[in-house]
Design a protein around this ligand. Structure first.
Ligand SMILES: NC(=O)c1ccc[n+]([C@@H]2O[C@H](COP(=O)([O-])OP(=O)(O)OC[C@H]3O[C@@H](n4cnc5c(N)ncnc54)[C@H](OP(=O)(O)O)[C@@H]3O)[C@@H](O)[C@H]2O)c1
Length: 316
């Protein structure tokens, strides 16, 4: 990491905003037009924001794109847009509401049936609820969508990713994670007043921990597992869920292209195929912690896995 990059990293505003991207990207090579040629890339949350940009840019670089969406109309429109960019029809989507584990399990079955090979899985879908909501399956919405769904989907697709090696799993997390330790005694944010941003950030901290655990479990299999946080990006999600933050920071927010860059880079670069179990931002490894009080123990990591195993047992 250059000295300038270290200086930027020391300040959240310097690092997370468009400033960080503009300064750092001067040192980068462009991702080549054939960087994902014939790679099967599966992404969740492609119908909005960063996910749409990742999908478009991956297709421009030759990926055979597959995506999971909850809204069939949006999915059809995106598929048509991607097929027009690709110049072929080898673009597919799968429909599922990822807040419901019955649907996650069903879509995993459909994907396993439809996709003999998966080279890259990108867990990107997200929700930041305005108020405490529980799904019909009894899970708090942010916990279900942002954590339990990627846990279940990834585990259900793991054998296919192993068979497809070299392959990659990329978990899109958030700098919001830095504020939260691995809270295991209130998994569903049931205690006290509900704050969607806290429930969201807790799920991201937990997904970061899972990233390291998958990386350990998959060591030597040719499957790398990494997490990345995109910085602060101007997306429909931020505009709708954090209107005050959006108003305040708008001139400094990254474009979706800037936010998507490291996801695409991890999907296609040599380093993304070798390094594993790490957190990346702007194409560099970053610390998972900004506060000592958020560092978890390995016993806590194992307990997280056990809890999620119990939560998803009926669908495993
Ligand atoms: N934007 C930022 O500043 C920022 C900062 C840090 C991290 N991130 C991370 O970057 C990623 C993308 O964020 P974004 O801002 O681009 O998000 P976004 O604009 O809100 O898009 C979220 C995507 O997730 C999908 N989704 C939500 N709930 C779903 C469900 N139950 N089932 C299926 N799909 C569902 C949405 O589908 P619909 O189109 O149907 O709504 C949409 O495609 C997330 O992982 C986020 O945590 C973003």
């Amino acid at each position: 990491m250059s000295r300038l990059d270290s200086l930027l990293e020391a300040s959240v505003v310097g690092s997370f905003t468009t400033i960080g991207h503009k300064v750092r990207s001067k040192q980068w090579d462009a991702i080549s037009d054939d960087a994902l040629a014939d790679r099967v890339v599966l992404i969740t949350g492609a119908t909005s924001g960063i996910g749409t940009t990742v999908a478009i840019e991956a297709v421009r670089r030759g990926a055979r794109l597959r995506f999971v969406a909850r809204n069939a109309e949006k999915a059809r429109a995106l598929r048509d847009e991607l097929a027009a960019i690709a110049g072929h029809d080898d673009i597919r989507y799968y429909i599922a509401d990822l807040s419901l584990m019955s649907e996650v399990a069903a879509v995993a079955d459909s994907i396993l049936e439809g996709e003999p090979v998966i080279h890259v899985l990108i867990n990107n879908a997200v929700v930041l609820p305005a108020e405490r909501q529980f799904t019909d399956e009894g899970l708090e919405l942010a916990h279900a969508t942002n954590l339990v769904a990627p846990f279940l989907l990834t585990n259900r697709l793991l054998d296919r990713l192993r068979e497809s090696a070299p392959s990659r799993i990329i978990n899109v997390i958030s700098g919001g994670m830095y504020t939260q330790p691995l809270t295991l005694d209130d998994m569903q944010s049931e205690d006290g007043d509900y704050r969607g941003a806290v429930a969201y950030a807790r799920a991201k901290r937990r997904l970061m921990v899972l990233t390291k655990m998958w990386a350990d479990r998959l060591a030597g299999t040719g499957v790398t597992v990494n997490a990345t946080h995109p910085g602060w990006v101007d997306t429909p999600g931020v505009r709708d869920s954090l209107p005050g933050f959006h108003r305040l920071t708008r001139p400094l927010l990254r474009s979706p292209e800037q936010g998507a860059d490291t996801i695409l880079w991890l999907a296609s670069s040599a380093r993304g195929g070798v390094e594993t179990g790490k957190l990346w931002h702007d194409r560099e490894v970053r610390s998972e912690y900004r506060l000592k009080s958020t560092i978890e123990t390995s016993a806590e990591q194992n307990r997280l896995w056990e809890i999620l195993d119990e939560t998803t047992a009926a669908y495993a």
